[in-house]
Design a protein around this ligand. Sequence first.
Ligand code: G3I
Length: 481
Amino acid sequence: MTNERGTTMIPLVRRAAVVLATSAALLSGSLVTGAAQAAQPPAAEPGAAAATLRDAAEEQGRFVGTAVADGRLGNGTYTGIASREFSSVTAENVMKWDAIEPSRGSFNFAPGDRLVDFAQAGGQQVWGHTLVWHSQLPGWVANGGFNQTQLTQVMNNHITTVMDHYEGDVAYWDVVNEAFNEDGTLRSSVFSDTLGSGFIGTAFRTARAADPDAKLCINDYNTEGVGAKSNGLYNLVSSLLSQGVPIDCVGFQSHFILDQIPSTFQTNLQRFADLGLEVVITELDIRMNLPADSAKLQRQAAQFASVTRTCLAVSACRGITVWGFSDADSWVPGVFDGQGAACLYDQNYQAKPAFGAMLTALGGEPGGGDPGDPDPPAGPCQVTWRVTSRWNAGSVVEVGIRTTAAVNGWSATFALPSGHRVTSGWNAVFSQSGATVTAANAPYNGNVGAGGTIGFGFQTDNGGQYTPPTVSLNGTACTAA
Ligand code: G3I
């Protein structure tokens, strides 16, 4: 079974990357260029504390996600962290209406497809954001002068076309986003003004018909604590459920201000959970007045931990997504003058105290487990080799090579079983001669510091369960990690 993108639809399972033969340019003799994607590191050893957010979250039965900016998918540092730390990705902008259907009936799926490909290569879930929203709405919808019948058709066509395209690839959709005013009444928008409050039920019913397996969510901000706005949302969701409208989850964006996390957060999540819904923290960040200092960063860390514990305390809270993981990419400074430093990593992609606090709250341990193991490695390089997905005509393999010495340009070689071919790959430039595959650094990831890890991955044309081969780095055989 395939969806509109030609993706073979396999249920999303942890780290079962669904990378598709249809999208793989078959290697006709030698060269496959690396896509800007990073292989994830190995999971923590059994018994060892998880060292990454995604492993720690998984041990709690939760996902941990990040919004991903399309413009950063070519940045190896960014993609490395995004793949290593997060098990879910949300399209920060590329699946919004203005990006995906900029003019009527004309759909631009390429950037969204890029995100899905990235996610699948790293075994990540995709969260679709967002189908019906008053903002980032193209003029042809916002000012189109459509009557009720026409706008219903426009909205339903948008939902159906986008969800059909990503059917099987997107696990959750924000079907309706930010529908409420601060006082809990319905926000005025072209949708509510033209269609009345019924547009929400219509949107969800259309979404269910388009992809019966996707989880359908209503998402908003300033609804985290009990109050007028969350009461409005609660009343509407309760009423829609009683009418049989297919809603599966409520997203709480959680764009917080330092020291202002609502004390009723858990109570509020729980009352929505008690309606039988999943609840998810969908856009977490905690901003502060700049400049940041160590006292503020410590309080921020404690508050990231507290939000994390709040989710863990509510069994229906399925996951937490941060709205960008680095201060370098955050939307906050562009919107709130003089505020920022809202994320887990700083402007230079260095982990802030908040990262360690969130990891610890998830039950992990900074530096624990395999990734980031501080023990000095033995020998010049150590390899992890993981077959993350297999099907009848293909396998996805992810390779990590930890190098003892700094390298300035690298080339890794290994042999595949006779007749097996690399068909596509990422984070390296691949060539193959007979059984021998060479993966050389891409332009952006040639320099790796002492103790750093080179990560790349590839897909083959054979579903064999590969025994890890000997991998050589710059001509020297590595040991197994
Ligand atoms: O794509 C255009 C580009 O063509 C143009 O050259 C450039 C010039 O400014 O603008 C680009 O569009 C920007 C877009 O992000 C993509 O980068 C918009 O100006 C900018 O306003 C937009 O901001 C996004 C914002 O939503 C828009 O509402 C932020 O990146 C994004 O983080 C933010 O995310 C929202 C969630 O969707 C919903 N919840 C709140 C959250 C924060 O505002």
